[in-house]
Design a protein around this ligand. Structure first.
Ligand code: ATP
Length: 199
């Protein structure tokens, strides 16, 4: 079981997944909230059964898995649905993340929460991945082929850059290329190995 947990957060397209992948390549277990939120609604899971009971068969695809597009529509159409779903999934997601970290054999673990989340009690330290808004927009444009207006809207719905930076124990400045990002993650990894060793 890993006893030291480093969180990662950052705005849309800042490079959280890219950073997490680098830590994984160094042998560090990553618990990802996005992945957890998909796992806890797999067919047969409690949350899956509760969603099916509430929305009926239209919420399923032909293969019996959740129709995410349909569910998203329901959630955006009515706030009570969104709150209901958040309440239903919060604890199972946290349990899934805890289980993953507890069974991790690496010297420390990485916890990747969603973009809006601040420091969690599960974390010993937190990394904020930071880029300038211009870099953020151009990388998301290239990755998702969204137009700039939509990206700006998503950015505006997230915590602002200053608030996010104020939560950071460590900041990864990711305006440069992937080679320098790799080096930054490697240096932090060495530092976390020392911290985890003395924790
Ligand atoms: P989201 O919040 O949308 O999940 P994210 O923070 O996980 O995004 P990534 O998907 O890791 O961000 O990165 C956004 C895009 O920018 C990806 O296409 C990624 O390959 C690219 N990218 C990340 N870091 C760099 C870098 N240093 N140089 C060039 N491209 C980068």
């Amino acid at each position: 079981m890993t006893h030291y947990v480093v969180g990662i957060t950052g705005g849309i397209g800042s490079g959280k997944s890219t950073v997490a992948e680098r830590f994984e390549k160094l042998g560090i277990v990553v618990a990802d909230a996005d992945q957890a939120s998909r796992e806890i609604v797999e067919p047969g899971q409690d949350a899956y059964l509760a969603i099916l009971e509430k929305f009926g068969n239209p919420v399923l695809l032909e293969d019996g898995t959740l129709n995410r597009a349909y569910l998203r529509q329901k959630i955006f159409a009515e706030k009570t649905n969104r709150l209901w779903l958040e309440k239903l999934t919060h604890l199972p997601i946290m349990q899934n993340l805890k289980d993953k970290l507890q069974s991790a054999k690496s010297a420390y673990g990485i916890l990747m929460l969603s973009t809006g989340a601040g420091k969690s009690p599960l974390m010993d330290r937190m990394i904020v991945v930071d880029v300038t808004p211009d870099v953020q927009i151009s990388r998301v444009k290239e990755r998702d082929h969204n137009d700039e207006a939509l990206i700006r809207k998503i950015m505006a719905s997230q915590p602002n850059r200053e608030d996010r930076l104020s939560w950071a124990d460590d900041v990864i400045e990711n305006n440069g290329d992937l080679v320098s990002l790799k080096q930054t993650v490697y240096d932090l990894h060495q530092y976390y190995l020392r911290l985890a060793n003395h924790a």
